[in-house]
Design a binder for this molecule. Structure first.
Ligand code: MN
Ligand code: MN
Length: 333
C-alpha cells in the first residue's frame, strides 16, 4: 500500500487518508476532511467564517478558522467514549471559508454569510462552523431557520442578547436577540449555560429571562452539576430541531485564554466535553465553535480546545444525521 501511494497517481482524497499519509502533512483542513467547493452529496459541511467585525473589545477571531484547521489535524477518527466515527457514518468535507466581497460592510457581511449557508441548506447539508466572532451565528440562523424557529444549546459566559452596541445591532453581543426578534430562535427552546461576569447594564440578562430562555449562570452550574445541566438542556430543547453554539469564552480562561472577552471562573474542558456528550440523540441540525482568537492564544491551546470541541460536536451531528431517513454511507469519503 505504501509503495502504491508513492508511485501511483494518488487521488486527492487519498492524501487525507490517515492510514496513507501522516496527519501533519498536506494543506490543513478541518479534521483533515477533504476540501470540497460543491456541497452536493455531502451530509456534513465544515465551514470557516473568518470575520471579527462584530467584536466589542479584543479582536483576532477572524484568524480562528485557520488555526483551528491547523490544530484539528491532531484529531483522530473514533471517539473514545461513544465509539462514533463521524466519517464512517456520513460524507463530511471542509467546504472552505465564507467569501466576503466587502468585509467592512456589516449589512453585506450578514447577507453573504446567509447566502453561503443557503447553498448548504438547499443541498440538505448539516453545517458545522468555526468562527469568527459570535455575530456570525445570527446570519447562519437566517439561513438554517428559514423553515421555522429552532432551539439551541448555547455555552457562553455571555447571553449575547444585548441590543445595539457602539452604533450597530450586528455585534457579537446581540446574535440571539436578533434571532428571537426575527422569529428564527425559539426562546422557550433555548438554554444558555455558563453565564457570568459583570456587565455595565443588566439588559441582556433581562432580555434572556423575559423572552423565556433558560439561563444557567455558573453558580447554578456548580450547584446542580453537569448531569443535572444535561437533563435540563434535554428537557428544554425536547425533540425539535436544535443547534449547538459554543463560545469558547464559556470555558475558564485557563483552558481558553485566546479569546476576545475572557471571563474568569468558567466551566472546565472536561465539564464541557461531558456536557456535549450528554446531548447525543437530540434532533441536532448544526453547530458552531466561535471566538477563538489566535493573536491572544500564546500557546495555541485555545485553537486545540476549539478543534476538540468541533470534533465532539461533529460526532453528535454525524450520529443525528445518520439517524435520519437519508441513506447512510458505510465508508469514509
Ligand atoms: Mn458569545
Ligand atoms: Mn462570550
Amino acid at each position: 500500500m505504501a509503495e502504491d501511494f508513492m508511485n501511483k497517481e494518488v487521488t486527492y482524497d487519498d492524501r487525507y487518508d490517515p492510514k496513507l499519509a501522516p496527519r501533519y502533512s498536506e494543506i490543513a483542513t478541518f479534521m483533515r476532511a477533504p476540501l470540497r467547493m460543491d456541497p452536493a452529496g455531502l451530509d456534513i459541511a465544515m465551514v470557516g467564517v473568518p470575520y471579527d467585525g462584530g467584536v466589542t473589545n479584543r479582536p483576532g477571531a477572524r484568524h480562528g478558522p485557520r488555526e483551528i484547521r491547523n490544530q484539528s489535524s491532531l484529531m483522530r477518527a473514533i471517539h473514545h467514549v461513544t465509539r462514533i466515527n463521524p466519517s464512517a457514518l456520513c460524507r463530511i468535507a471542509d467546504v472552505g471559508d465564507v467569501r466576503f466581497s466587502a468585509v467592512m460592510d456589516n449589512a453585506k457581511v450578514v447577507q453573504e454569510i446567509e447566502a453561503f449557508f443557503d447553498r448548504l441548506v438547499t443541498a440538505g447539508v448539516v453545517p458545522l462552523t468555526a468562527g469568527g466572532d459570535h455575530s456570525i451565528t445570527y446570519p447562519i440562523f437566517r439561513s438554517i431557520a428559514k423553515a421555522g424557529p429552532i432551539g439551541m444549546v448555547h455555552i457562553d459566559a455571555h447571553t449575547d442578547t444585548w441590543g445595539e452596541i457602539q452604533g450597530s445591532k450586528f455585534n457579537h453581543g446581540s446574535p440571539f436577540r436578533l434571532a428571537v426578534e426575527d422569529g428564527l430562535l425559539d426562546p422557550n427552546r433555548t438554554i444558555q449555560i455558563g453565564i457570568r461576569g459583570a456587565q455595565n447594564s443588566p439588559e441582556g440578562w433581562e432580555y434572556s429571562r423575559d423572552s423565556g430562555m433558560r439561563v444557567v449562570f455558573i453558580e447554578e452550574f456548580d450547584e446542580i452539576g453537569v448531569d443535572a445541566v444535561i437533563a435540563e438542556a434535554r428537557r428544554i430543547v425536547g425533540d425539535g430541531p436544535t443547534y449547538i453554539s459554543f463560545d469558547v469564552d464559556g470555558l475558564d480562561p485557563v483552558y481558553a485564554p485566546g479569546t476576545g472577552t475572557p471571563e474568569s471562573g468558567g466551566i472546565s474542558m472536561r465539564e464541557a466535553q461531558k456536557l456535549l456528550r450528554g446531548l447525543g440523540g437530540l434532533n441536532l441540525i448544526g453547530g458552531d465553535v466561535v471566538e477563538v482568537s489566535p493573536p491572544f492564544d500564546q500557546t495555541g491551546n485555545t485553537a486545540l480546545v476549539g478543534a476538540t470541541l468541533m470534533y465532539e460536536i461533529l460526532c453528535l451531528l454525524a450520529e443525528a444525521r445518520s439517524n435520519k431517513s437519508k441513506p447512510i454511507l458505510q465508508t469514509a469519503l
